[in-house]
Design a protein around this ligand. Structure first.
Ligand SMILES: [Zn+2]
Length: 248
């Protein structure tokens, strides 16, 4: 028997798994080995749907797949999206080609290499007080789909440390100063190419004053009186759950 293979077809930004590529002419990218199977990402051309509507976006795939399968599917989406958006050299506009031996698109003319893009974003749970009286700052972003409250988040800017991004973003979004910024954990976030870096920080000074362009509402919440919070797919939920369990 030939070795088992798995082909994650990326249709738009949705995924569909098949044991062979539907079309040998479509671009494929090796992703790694999972449970003894070689896993490939397949770049399905725009307007084509070999799954006949059965492909799942990464939000709905979460919960249907194991956490590892979900991470690999996210890797497929990120790599394919990178390949789709780096077809031409950013410096001289020559069509690029896959570099041999490394994950890069190379310009045959000026030799520029373009590696898969990752956008680091920090997400922070800010707390105030101690013990049972301790409260966490949760906010409703203007872009949230529903009346949900979550940790504060934002992209890291060039030249900025992660801790500096936490302090700046919290001050910009809700007008308070924080101290004792501590790294908590991370999560790939393939929408489309973020890496979420979770932090815990303590309130230092100031009252909540929301930036209306980013935050609809923000409040301090005790563990026993939480509002609607994000689903389990997100590191925000894991940060909040860990705090509720008093593990942060
Ligand atoms: Zn070039």
């Amino acid at each position: 028997m030939p070795p088992a293979r798995r082909y994650i077809h990326v249709i738009g930004s949705a995924v569909w798994v098949h044991h062979e590529p539907v079309d040998e002419g479509w671009g494929t990218h090796f992703l790694g080995v999972l449970d003894g199977e070689a896993v490939w990402g397949v770049d399905v051309p725009f307007g084509t749907d070999p799954a006949d509507g059965a492909a799942a976006d990464l939000y709905s795939y979460f919960g249907r797949a194991s956490e590892t399968e979900w991470l690999v599917a996210g890797r497929a989406v990120q790599i394919i999206e990178w390949a789709r958006t780096h077809r031409f050299c950013g410096r001289c506009a020559t069509p690029t080609e896959l570099a041999p031996g490394e994950r890069a698109m190379r310009c045959p003319k000026c030799k520029l290499l373009a590696f898969p893009r990752l956008a680091p974003a920090m997400i922070t749970l800010v707390t105030r007080g101690e013990g049972d009286e301790q409260e966490a700052l949760l906010a409703q972003g203007v872009q949230f789909r529903g009346p949900m409250y979550s940790c504060l988040a934002g992209f890291v800017e060039p030249g900025e440390s992660l801790e500096g991004a936490v302090v700046r973003e919290v001050r910009e979004e809700v007008g308070i100063d924080v101290k004792n910024v501590r790294y908590w954990g991370s999560q790939p976030w393939p929408f489309p190419h973020s890496l979420m870096l979770g932090f815990h920080a303590e309130w230092a000074a100031g009252e909540i004053q929301c930036d209306p362009t980013e935050i609809l509402d923000a409040n301090w919440y005790r563990r026993d009186a939480l509002p609607s919070i994000p689903p389990g797919i997100s590191i925000a939920r894991k940060l909040i759950d860990a705090w509720v369990d008093a593990a942060v």
